[in-house]
Write a protein that binds this ligand. Sequence first.
Ligand code: SF4
Ligand code: SF4
Length: 101
Amino acid sequence: MPHVITRQCQGTCDTACVNVCPVDCIHGPIPLERIAAVPPEARAERLSGLQLFINPDECICCGACQDECPVSAIYEEELVPARYRDDIRRNAAFFGLAPGG
Ligand code: SF4
Ligand code: SF4
């Protein structure tokens, strides 16, 4: 099962997960260089509501990103807590995909 970034990423969005993904399947709504250019202390305000997403068709489920996330925003799809289940659909939809393939 692919991994999923939940809305817990919003307000932190530090791109740490991107740096360790071996298949480069984590992307966001603005270029990652622009996110990286915003100081961490300013992200909650200047990147309000922004988060990254995992392409479920490309994720190889290695788990490397989970270990890097400072706010534990990433879960294996089947382990996403009930209150974040809609984020499975949101990750797939960001890439124009339907959840579950
Ligand atoms: S689980 Fe692995 S392949 Fe999937 S997004 Fe995370 S680092 Fe990338
Ligand atoms: S490491 Fe966590 S908080 Fe940082 S961008 Fe990735 S999912 Fe978001």
